[in-house]
Design a protein around this ligand. Structure first.
Ligand SMILES: [Zn+2]
Length: 586
């Protein structure tokens, strides 16, 4: 006997307005909910409605399909005073991962993609989305019945990379009376009334369980389904558009493996070496969700870019074990090793320009001060370098945190992934503690990043600058670390300067004695991790022998991490860094 699949269909009417508005839409800069509302309020609108039948051909298949995809047919009636637009092909996704809404807290979206034809035979695409916001159950009715839509020329899906010529947008809603009618339209091919009823229950179950995952407090919904969710492959280099990509593992003399990654579009004698911050990695410079620093350098004459994953990189599992490495170890072992390797690969006459961030910058400046590296062509240092300073709240965390977490709670490391661990464990407690004081968003990994670093809402970046996709994959971009690096920074905070772990070497004083390469110190004006630190270093160096070689630049509206990881950095930050690099090019 062959298996007879059970189908299910229902008909839905949505009505609202159409606002004529022409613009080019690219998939990585969609409109926000508020934009739709503002456009609707500020412009002339015409009535707009559709009646669609959504049909699931095989209900059992539908339930296991991650895209929860069904077909749709029907028409848009009375468009712009008369004509009907007929659906040629229509797709409906019940609950999909958010991509149409740039809202940071969107948990799930419903998508309507309709390929239409008007009476003259012209092709149109209607794309609409409903969005369900995390833990926002009071808004359930509104969110599940409001559809934000675009109408563009031709047939193309929302995620297709080609730009779309939008002719209008609008908002549609289901009225309560239409909703009641809709409930009466459920139809199935099931052979009996009982089986038909079962089919409807199955469908509503999928609906309810997806709403539960989105709306229920996070503590109840950390299922294993979330663990495999990676919006881009972990440590993917797909964000780099041009050239060869090579990864070179390097062994340090104290027994670790680190790596340098080379992104070479074209041979050049002016290479750039990138250093990430603690727990991030090369990934912070090659993000695929928007223009990134490596692509920007490639496009502007710096065609051979190297990135060092030093020992604090989120890519290395040994950071999730207890250890006693400190910043001196990075300065002494990792950085000289990478520079030596680059010189071997590119020739001794190569000019190395270093761009370093956070602990990568602390370590590089220590390396330079201690004379572990020489002959560097220029340096850009972000956020902190020789005079670390934090806000008093962060200082309190630094004083007690490492010992409390390591010896009292018995944790070898801390990571933004901890709230996602199974069960109501330590990570959940940390999350709820942070949640109690944080209203800026509902992303557990975002709260943990704020818990781990500095003091602010959020601490590491300004939300406006972070792409929604970045916000959704923070746990892939920020890894774990054990607590010893914090202890070293704590010593520096007490010493009011960068010092070696044994406090015998003051790296700031050593730097003041040396002839330094040209250095551009930078910071965001809203830096909540090391506020004012790089300005202090600049001021300490500009009175001495290096006065003519140091500069300081501040980026208004930027925090600590978003200078490099921001969605607008290629417009608002990188041009200034490029100008400096071009001046230093030899
Ligand atoms: Zn956030």
């Amino acid at each position: 006997m062959t298996h007879q699949s059970t189908s299910l269909e229902f008909t839905e009417r949505m009505a609202g307005h159409f606002i004529e508005k022409q613009f080019t839409l690219s998939a990585n800069s969609p409109l926000k909910r508020n934009d739709f509302v503002q456009i609707e309020e500020a412009n002339e609108r015409t009535p707009f409605e559709f009646t669609l039948t959504i049909k699931v051909n095989d209900l059992d298949q539908f339930i296991v399909d991650p895209l929860l995809q069904a077909i749709a047919f029907g028409k848009i009636t009375n468009f712009q005073g008369g004509q009907d637009l007929t659906v040629e092909t229509g797709l409906f996704n019940l609950f999909v991962r958010s991509e149409a809404s740039p809202d940071l807290d969107t948990a799930k979206e419903m998508h309507y993609t309709l390929f239409l034809k008007d009476s003259q035979g012209k092709a149109w695409t209607f794309f609409g989305f409903k969005e369900v916001l995390k833990e926002d159950s009071f808004e359930m009715w509104n969110q599940t019945t409001t559809l934000y839509y675009y109408l563009w020329e031709g047939h193309s899906t929302f995620d297709h990379p080609a730009n779309k010529k939008v002719q209008g947008v609008g908002i549609l809603r289901i009225s309560v009376s239409d909703f009641i009618k809709q409930l009466g339209t459920f139809k199935s091919n099931a052979p009996s009334a009982l089986e038909e009823q079962n089919a409807v229950i199955k469908f509503l179950n999928v609906f309810a369980s997806n709403l539960w995952v989105a709306y229920a407090p996070f503590i109840f919904t950390t299922t294993s389904a979330r663990w495999n969710e990676h919006l881009f492959p972990v440590n993917s280099t797909q964000g780099v558009a041009l050239g060869e990509k090579h990864l070179y593992p390097l062994d340090t003399q104290d027994g670790l493996t680190i790596s340098v990654q080379r992104f070479k579009a074209k041979e050049t004698k002016n290479v750039v070496l990138l250093l990430h911050g603690l727990t991030t990695s090369t990934d912070m410079y090659i993000m695929p969700e928007h223009q990134n620093f490596v692509n920007y350098l490639h496009a502007n004459g710096f065609t051979d870019v190297w990135s060092l994953d030093w020992r604090g990189s989120g890519r290395f599992v040994y950071n999730l074990m207890p250890h006693r490495y400190n910043i001196d170890d990075i300065a002494k072992n990792d950085i000289p090793k990478a520079i030596e390797f680059i010189r071997q690969a590119c020739g001794e006459d190569v000019k190395i320009h270093v761009v370093s961030h956070c602990v990568g910058s602390l370590s590089f400046m220590a390396s330079l001060a201690a004379g572990h590296v020489k002959g560097i062509a220029s340096v850009i240092s972000n956020s902190v370098s020789l005079t670390p300073k934090v806000r008093w709240q962060a200082f309190l965390k630094m004083i007690f945190g490492p010992e409390l977490l390591e010896y009292l709670f018995g944790y070898a490391y801390i990571s933004p992934r901890m709230p996602y661990f199974p069960g109501p464990g330590f990570g959940k407690w940390l999350y709820w503690m942070e949640r109690g004081i944080r209203h800026e968003c509902k992303e557990p990994a975002c709260h943990l990043v704020s818990f781990m670093w500095g003091w602010g809402y959020p601490a590491a970046y300004v939300h406006r600058n972070i792409h929604p996709t970045t916000h959704r994959r923070l746990a892939d971009l920020f890894g774990g670390t054990s607590f010893h690096y914090y202890r070293h920074i704590r010593k520096m905070l007490f010493a009011k300067a960068s010092v070696s772990f044994d406090k015998k070497t003051n790296y700031l004083q050593e730097s003041q004695k040396r002839d330094l390469p040209p250095i551009l110190f930078i910071s965001g004006s809203e830096n909540n991790i090391f506020p004012g630190s790089n300005k202090m270093t600049y001021e300490a160096l500009k009175t001495g022998k290096n006065a003519s070689r140091v500069q300081y630049l501040e980026f208004p509206g930027y925090g600590h991490q978003d200078t490099f990881m921001g969605q607008y950095s290629h417009i608002e930050v990188f041009p200034k860094l490029l100008a400096f690099l071009k001046e230093q090019k030899v």
